[in-house]
Write a protein that binds this ligand. Structure first.
Ligand code: SAM
Length: 274
């Protein structure tokens, strides 16, 4: 990734980009799967990008990591204990699950280099991956889910966008394999992109899950450094998750008001997933 006058820019289209002024480029490496860059920005702390797209920044990662974990956690009918993360090699999602009290977390990341980069540049996010409750497996999530005979209360797809290695993570067949490894009160959740700039990611996730599960719901959050700042997640289960809502511990973004509001979708988003 080449810097132009110390600005990193993520291109949304030929005519639009988001730019961060950076103090320094700390890393640029091409792995077997993707290009990883780390920048020290002025306003958002360290920034991790994969193939030129923002994955996380130190300043706003809490929104994404709380919303991908706490929403399904509190909506499950029984307190979930065992989780599987697909992707998430930075460790941010595993960290939130440990805070929520999960007994065991299996984290399947395809690219060992993402883990190494997190260890070096985002040590606070990485640390949970060394916890004895967390088992880190370097493998393709699609393959892992097909072959494992373990069962999980929560499966979190914390992936890159549906191009390259993550393409299979938005397919109906993948969701069908996930269904086989969920417990009775199990839930699957995936990040499903920006409804404004990546409507296809949301549509793929929503329609793929709808073909396989009885209940599918999309929710949103405000993540300043992701395209449009308006982000979606889509969760599915085979029962109507009413949740355990009487004892909610707020995070830094998440609380009971956010939980309720996150499922109130603007009309154009409802249209997308009709
Ligand atoms: N918060 C991020 C976002 O939405 O921009 C996602 C972060 S996390 C770094 C995404 C991870 O998914 C990457 O480390 C990537 O290597 C991993 N990944 C992509 N395809 C995968 C696959 N098929 N199996 C397992 N991990 C995969």
């Amino acid at each position: 990734m080449k810097l132009i006058e110390n600005w990193f820019s993520e291109r949304y289209s030929d005519n639009l980009q988001l730019s961060f002024r950076v103090q320094d480029q700390l890393l640029s490496v091409k792995t077997d799967y993707q290009r990883i860059d780390v920048f020290e920005t002025y306003d958002f702390g360290k920034l991790l990008t994969i193939d030129g797209t923002v994955q996380l920044t130190e300043r706003d990662e809490f929104v994404y990591h709380e919303m991908i974990t706490m929403v399904p956690y509190y909506l499950a009918s029984r307190k979930p204990q065992k989780a599987l993360i697909i992707g998430g090699g930075d460790g941010g999602t595993a960290g939130q699950l440990l805070k929520l009290g999960f007994q065991s977390v299996v984290n399947v990341e395809i690219d060992t280099q993402v883990v190494e980069v997190s260890k070096k540049y985002f040590p606070d996010l990485y640390r949970p991956l060394t916890d004895k409750k967390v088992e880190l497996i370097i493998d393709d999530g699609v393959k892992y889910i097909r072959k494992t005979d373990r069962k999980f209360d929560l499966v979190i797809v914390d992936s890159t966008d549906p191009v390259g290695p993550a393409e299979g993570l938005f397919m109906k067949d993948f969701y069908a394999s996930i269904k086989n490894i969920l417990t009775d009160s199990g839930i699957v959740v995936t990040q499903s992109g920006s409804p404004f700039y990546q409507p296809k990611a949301l549509q793929m996730a929503h329609s793929g899950m709808s073909e396989v599960f009885g209940y599918v719901r999309t929710y949103t959050a405000f993540i300043p450094t992701y395209p449009s700042g308006f982000w979606s997640f889509t969760m599915a289960s085979d029962y109507d998750c009413k949740g355990r809502l009487d004892n909610i511990n707020p995070g830094k973004y998440f609380n009971s008001d956010v939980l309720r509001g996150a499922f109130s979708l603007p009309e154009f988003v409802k249209e997308l997933i009709k």
